[in-house]
Design a protein around this ligand. Sequence first.
Ligand code: SF4
Length: 397
Amino acid sequence: MTDYQIQGWCPGALRPMASGDGLVLRVRAPNGRLEPDQARRIAELARRHGNGLIDLTSRANLQLRGLDRQSHTAAITALAEMGLLDRDADAESRRNVVLSPFAPVDGPAWRLAEAIARAMTAPDAPQTPGKFGFAVDTDPWVLGGVPCDIRLRPVGAGWQIAPDSGDWVIAAPDTARAAAGAVEMARWFARGGIRDGRGRMRDYLRRKPELPAGATPVPQPVPHAAPDPCPGAAPNGWMLGFAFGQITPDQLIACADAGPLRLTPWRMLLIEGAVAPPAIAGQVLAPDDPLLRVHACTGAPGCPQARADVRALARELAPHLGAGQSLHLSGCAKGCAHFGRADLTVIATAPDRFDLIRDGWVHDAATGHGLDKNGLARLLASPQNTASATRQGRPHA
Ligand code: SF4
């Protein structure tokens, strides 16, 4: 039994989600790229119609917060003018494709992601549930830690289509057949993997369904976790980090002034073609800044399900983290900010009460209960924790 509400869908522009600070509107930029003018106009929308907070999401989208019904109407009118609005809310929800931000514009991965998005928004698209999505990678693979249901990876001249958590793949010799194969895999999933309108690939595979034609076993499950890229030089530009993946309109405009933007699933922004970071107040420059190893959800007061202001606590605790140690702070047991393990997972149970899970994720058993802020800070600063961080000595997933 959960003490939080599972929505089973992600917000969009046409179907915003109600939150503690008003409506949350998600902008799904095609292939995760924004021209500078588009980014500037989105920043203005956030300033004029929202509460000025913009989230960078783990699906490589932007989220405006704090809208009301009237301002939502104005915002989607503007997004339509920018070419950033889908035909309807169902098509928007199915166009759930994360493209590696390192993919060259109009290269094979770019065209593959476009083709999948086009097929998934067509009238005859498989009716996948709200959170079902695709990840289209580049060589070398960088999206291993990005949650998705169907993963496409370049292998030689062709593509490998892999179901999440599967021990088999389907091979495609070229981009056109990779797009068709990925959509066919989604159709195979939709025939048996959906219950009560929900479903994810990994849960379906646990039920041992009959495999689709062309499924080829691989020796071991396709690796899921890869170290996340850091702020700094990227193959096609410069990556900028922001605490908790949240930016202001001023910061977004400053980024847009430096070039076209690629949205990343690591909640960072990539400025195409940049060879150095532009001067933007509040960005996280150092790759080893502990704030980049902290995942903290919206928490209170923004989220109605939150028990505590976890972002304020995250700023207090970050300096106490051991070398390379990761921390996931969650306003409730739902764990929206991070899908996966962290060295330390802290879940709010009351405004100043927290449960602690070591080397696990939100659904694992807690080893500490009812800790307060001071107790958490002491625990992180303790020699035992520092020693354990040194022993672990690995990047967070
Ligand atoms: S994890 Fe955080 S953002 Fe998600 S529902 Fe709970 S409090 Fe809200």
